[in-house]
Design a protein around this ligand. Structure first.
Ligand code: SDX
Length: 435
């Protein structure tokens, strides 16, 4: 913990007639924290915070979100500026190393990542074991974990060189695995990466090229894909990143940790929301059906939620959603899609929701998943690939947070406690005497 976070004050917890004092640390921006690590030892009390709504699990220097202002910073740089001026591999370098690369650092990083994009040839046999109609996220979770069966020379987490090689391998190989998952699902042959293409163009080429003819990547779509990767790259201690950190805290190898994060991202409350949001827009189907769905979303007795709306941290517009919406219009214009009924439904649903008392009072705004599905569908991806694309982008965030956790001298295995409300001690009854 550096000087910024050194104890600046203390906080007191009072239970009954007892008081306990704990240090308060100040970050560079954002809420102060009360260090309660000694609470149980001194008071015999646990804190209780299901979903960790008020709990900081770690100290981090990577990403900062101001949910009330709708601000997202990667290593201090606003997401709007990075998405506008940089490319995804520059963002990867920034998240991993903490600073924007110089021209020579960028060229070297691009070179190193590009030359790790091929996967071990036997990985293609691994894919043959899946059903063609397997959800691509099942394939991704399995194949990312399987990387640890191939790259033994980068699984020693105590070796910083091996940690960096594993990081580069993941950033480079996950798009290749994602494209393979897509090709396998549509029965087309795998397409090898091409070193003369940049990251996003290479990914689109692996997804859409076929052996029978040359495939030219549309530069506007490649730029849109690259920007979508930037928007999804990292996001503080979200569920999948926390999963990666917890898995990594046991010393598990980096490939296994990223596979765990991928599994968590799949959930519809998290990274699976982009697929769920597009399915929701398709289910609504037309603008005149929006009121019945908004009514259901507001009904306390109905668990139905508007997918792509709301966020644990953003209580204002998700800054990524605004850039996503702009990218959506660019892609539709480039593809000559004049009136996409799904976009009409999305725009009208957003207008209605943002003017509805329920959404205003609960501070529910569109999040990154609201417009991404329309964009990705227009680019030719099936809905089942949407979360896979999120995983491709988030791999660098998972890796950067995993490295930070491993290199944090304070880190130890994560092991939360509980509030136990189960049976109190009782004696075993032999089955012969149970009624
Ligand atoms: C991502 O954490 C991250 O940073 C995640 C992410 C990242 O980049 O890693 O940003 C990516 O996961 C974005 C979120 C994608 N998920 C969805 O779009 C699914 C729909 N949204 C929700 O399920 C929900 O908003 C969450 C899961 C995103 C956040 O849930 P919280 O913070 O636990 O909030 P909550 O469930 O306690 O909701 C607060 C209130 C509740 O009403 P009350 O019980 O107080 O009466 O708001 C309501 C909820 O019922 N509510 C919604 C709603 N989301 C919350 N009502 C209708 N529609 C919704 N979408």
């Amino acid at each position: 913990m550096d000087a910024k976070t050194a104890a600046k004050a203390t906080g007191t917890i009072t239970v009954g007639n007892k008081n306990w004092e704990f240090p308060v640390y100040k970050g560079s921006i954002g809420p102060d924290v009360l260090d309660i690590a000694k609470l149980y030892g001194e008071s015999g009390l646990f804190t209780y915070d299901p979903g960790f709504t008020s709990t900081a699990s770690c100290e981090s220097k990577i990403t900062y979100i101001d949910g009330d202002e709708g601000v997202l910073l990667y290593r201090g740089y606003p997401i709007e500026q990075l998405a506008e001026h940089g490319d995804f591999l520059e963002t990867c370098y920034l998240l991993l190393y903490g600073e924007l690369p110089t021209p020579s650092q960028k060229a070297d990083f691009d070179y190193r990542v590009t030359r790790h994009t091929m996967v071990h040839e036997q990985m293609s046999r691994f894919f043959q074991g899946f059903r063609r109609d397997a959800h691509p996220m099942a394939v991704m979770t399995g194949s990312i974990g399987a990387l640890s069966a191939f790259y033994h020379d980068s699984t020693d987490i105590a070796d910083p060189t091996q940690r960096m090689i594993a990081s580069l391998r993941m950033i480079a190989k996950v798009p290749t695995l994602a494209a393979m998952a897509y090709k396998y699902s549509i029965g087309q042959p795998f397409v090898y990466p091409k070193n003369d293409l940049d990251y996003a163009a290479n990914f689109l080429h692996m997804c859409y090229a076929v052996p029978t003819e040359d495939y030219k990547v549309n530069p506007v779509l490649a730029r849109a894909m690259d920007r979508i990767f930037i928007l999804h790259a990292d996001h503080e201690q979200n569920a999948s990143t926390s999963t990666v950190r917890l898995a990594g805290s046991s010393g598990a190898n980096p490939f296994a940790c990223i596979a765990a994060g991928c599994a968590c991202l799949w959930g519809p409350a998290h990274g699976g929301a982009n697929e769920a949001a597009l399915n929701m827009l398709a289910e609504i189907g037309s603008v005149d059906r929006i009121p019945e769905f908004v009514k259901r979303a507001k009904d306390k007795n109905d668990s139905y939620r508007l997918m792509g709306f709301g966020h644990r941290v953003y209580k204002n517009y998700d800054p990524r959603a605004k850039i996503m919406q702009k990218t959506c219009h660019e892609v539709l214009a480039e593809l000559g899609i004049k009136d996409d009924p799904l976009l009409d439904v999305a725009m009208e649903l957003e207008r209605i929701a943002l003017s509805d008392e329920y959404f205003i009072e609960k501070k529910l705004y569109p999040n990154i998943d609201f417009y991404s599905g329309i964009t990705l569908k227009a680019m030719g991806f099936p809905t089942t690939m949407f979360t896979v694309l999120f995983a491709v982008a988030r791999t660098v965030g998972w890796i950067a947070q995993w490295k930070e956790m491993i290199e944090d001298p304070k880190q130890k295995i994560g092991r939360p406690r509980q509030l136990y409300t189960g049976a109190t001690p009782r004696d075993y009854t032999p089955i012969s005497r149970r009624k």
